[in-house]
Design a protein around this ligand. Structure first.
Ligand code: IPE
Ligand code: IPE
Ligand code: MG
Length: 244
């Protein structure tokens, strides 16, 4: 059976260790990480994945040395400008997910440009989580719902979350040999399948992506039900998107 996940989310971890192994500065690992992401977007598109969400910079990554943070910001602006033509050609629509208020003018401007330039693309969605934290998302959603005077429940919060434009991820991949969520999609990964890869992010390639997709296809997603019940209708359309 060919069960390709509709939505894959990735914690792209291990750039720094990749660079250290090669006696390079950490930012060289991040540069290599951009190449890996380009390959991954194209491989996901070829395999029929419709939504890819990647964790590029967390709310907590500001606590890194100033030199690494500024290197990451510069790389972000440079890489976005450079990759935009190919993303356009491939029909990829970009969304940036995260707190924008404390980003520099340069970073904010390149985000706005990339989002508006790709607005008409419909082949695939690429969500880039930048200055993002799962806790931030839940808090900002709750604040928005309460400011609108609406009751806080699952439906109202879901609709105010930063990823409300897509279904929940079917598969969450984390590279870099760590098995933790590090404040990634705390709300949206409630029923995602997890795949932990020992590859460092710059080494993550098509073969490893195929391993993750094959592993996903072997999993039985039960959404709280018993195995015997699984032939019936999905209890929640938003959770069941990768089942077909
Ligand atoms: C992930 O790689 C990229 C970012 C967090 C920006 P790391 O920089 O965390 O790499 P390691 O985990 O130190 O190897
Ligand atoms: C998670 O990686 C964030 C990103 C990949 C952007 P980290 O390297 O920041 O996570 P921890 O610190 O190991 O948990
Ligand atoms: Mg890391």
């Amino acid at each position: 059976m060919n069960k390709v996940p509709h939505h894959i989310a990735i914690v792209m971890d291990g750039n720094g260790r990749w660079a250290s192994k090669k006696f390079l500065p950490r930012v060289a690992g991040h540069r290599q990480g951009v190449d890996s992401l380009r390959r991954c977007v194209s491989a996901c598109g070829q395999r029929g994945v419709r939504v890819l969400t990647v964790f590029a910079f967390s709310s907590e990554n500001w606590n890194r040395p100033a030199e690494e943070v500024s290197g990451l910001m510069d790389l972000f602006v440079m890489a976005l400008g450079r990759e935009l033509p190919q993303l356009q050609a491939d029909g990829v629509r970009l969304y940036f997910v995260g707190e924008r208020r404390n980003l520099s003018v340069k970073v904010a401007a390149s985000i706005e440009l990339a989002e508006s330039a790709t607005r008409g693309n419909a082949r695939m969605i690429l969500n880039i989580c930048f200055n993002y934290g799962g806790r931030w998302d839940i808090v900002q959603a709750a604040a928005r719902v309460s400011a609108q005077g609406r009751p806080i429940d699952e439906a109202s919060l879901s609709s105010a979350m930063a990823l409300a434009h897509v279904d929940d991820p079917d598969l969450v991949i984390r590279t870099g040999a760590e098995q933790r969520i590090s404040n990634f999609l705390l709300w949206q990964a409630a029923y995602s399948e997890f795949f932990f890869s020992d590859k460092l992010w710059p080494e993550f390639d098509e073969a490893e992506l195929d391993c993750a997709i094959q592993e996903f296809a072997r999993r039985e997603r039960r959404f709280g039900r018993t195995p015997e019940q699984l032939d019936g209708p999905s209890p929640c359309a938003k959770l069941g998107s990768g089942q077909g």
